[in-house]
Design a protein around this ligand. Structure first.
Ligand SMILES: [Zn+2]
Length: 365
């Protein structure tokens, strides 16, 4: 890993910056960047749990209107855009990538499912608004009543976490499942952090293992912040493998020890990033062997200008990155589940939507 870092450093003079105090906010999204057009798409069409229809018979899209965090005035005061998922969904429907009726609408993850990863004490502690406020790094959340906390914050998190389970089930049937949400990579067994409350990916892995549908699962996490929570949830499990590429000098510090960690200096551009990924992806599959499923955390906070990271990728680079991951899985006929993770530049929603458009279009025969 050090050799990789030296190589990147030498190609990026002065790229290493001082350690950042930034924290990853996995559901929050930059309000200043809320520039997407307001679509007339009726969100009520994706309100109640129901099966959908895979696009081209290969791509299951999972989303629900109620993924959106509704925290009253906290939304307007918080520095992040709570509507990124909705903007991605609307942009894709506007582009006729799929119809609202095609979308698979999930149920909430259950307490029983959460208990396969999280401690009972932690889940019980979430009744306390102070605990949730700390997880969200939003002190105003502490002023919500227990009912408001449940309806406006915890339920949306549970719904989006249920979406990752549903996307995984559908990926096993059709090849690709995309949850327009989820990717809460900092949630640990006994605590939430950095806007992550439930560890949706580990919970989905345990659920599918419990159902006997999978044994071996790989997590590919390309969020700019290391998925320390995911790693801790899956620690010491030989049937899971975590491969992460992340910026080294930002949250979380210290990092957790994943199975394949690639630490990047600030300033890495498309060319360097994609070069490295093209070498690291085959290594992940050769080290772990063929998994029964891949969970991909496709954070877009590696785009240049992101408020919580310092990498220098473009939207085109993100599209190519995601294409490489999806293609690597499909070439080996491994089902793949994509979750959105972070992304806080002004138009992070656009990078996600461009990438998902490419993924869907590439499956057209
Ligand atoms: Zn992040």
């Amino acid at each position: 890993m050090e050799e990789v870092r030296k190589t990147l450093r030498s190609s990026l003079p002065g790229a290493i910056r001082a350690a950042s105090v930034c924290t990853c906010v996995c559901l929050g999204f930059f309000l200043q960047g809320c520039s997407s057009p307001v679509s007339p798409v009726a969100l009520t069409e994706v309100l109640l749990p129901r099966p959908g229809k895979p696009v081209y018979g290969k791509v299951a899209i999972v989303y629900a209107m109620d993924y959106r965090i509704r925290a009253g005035r906290m939304e307007t005061l918080h520095p992040f855009d709570m509507r990124k998922n909705e903007r991605v969904y609307r942009a894709l429907v506007d582009r006729n990538m799929f119809a609202p009726n095609d979308v698979f609408v999930p149920e909430e993850v259950t307490r029983k499912q959460l208990l396969r990863v999280h401690t009972r004490e932690y889940l019980d502690s979430l009744k306390d608004p102070l605990v949730v406020a700390r997880c969200l790094e939003a002190p105003r959340a502490a002023s919500l009543s227990p009912d408001e906390l449940e309806a406006r914050i915890l339920r949306p998190f549970r719904l989006a976490s249920g979406g990752t389970i549903l996307a995984a089930r559908e990926a096993l049937k059709y090849g690709i499942g995309i949850n327009i949400g989820g990717g809460y990579l900092h949630a640990k067994p006994a605590g939430g952090d950095a806007f992550c409350i439930y560890a949706d990916v580990p919970v989905a892995i345990r659920q599918l293992q419990k159902e006997g549908k999978i044994r071996k699962a790989m997590v590919i996490d390309l969020d700019a912040h290391q998925g320390n929570g995911t790693i801790l949830c899956l620690r010491d499990d030989p049937d899971t493998y975590t491969f992460s590429m992340f910026e080294t000098d930002i949250y979380p510090i210290p990092k957790a020890a994943g199975d394949q960690d690639v630490a990047l200096p600030a300033g890495v551009d498309d060319s360097s990033y994609l070069n490295l990924l093209s070498r690291q992806l085959p290594q992940a599959f050769s080290r772990f062997g063929r998994p029964d499923i891949v969970f991909y955390v496709a954070g877009c906070d590696s785009v240049k200008g992101d408020s919580l990271a310092h990498l220098s990728m473009t939207h085109a680079g993100i599209v190519e990155r995601d294409r490489m991951v999806i293609n690597s899985c499909r070439e080996q006929e491994v089902p793949v589940v994509m979750t959105l993770g972070g992304g806080y530049s002004r138009d992070a929603w656009r990078a996600h939507s461009l990438s998902i458009r490419q993924i869907i279009s590439s499956q057209r025969e």
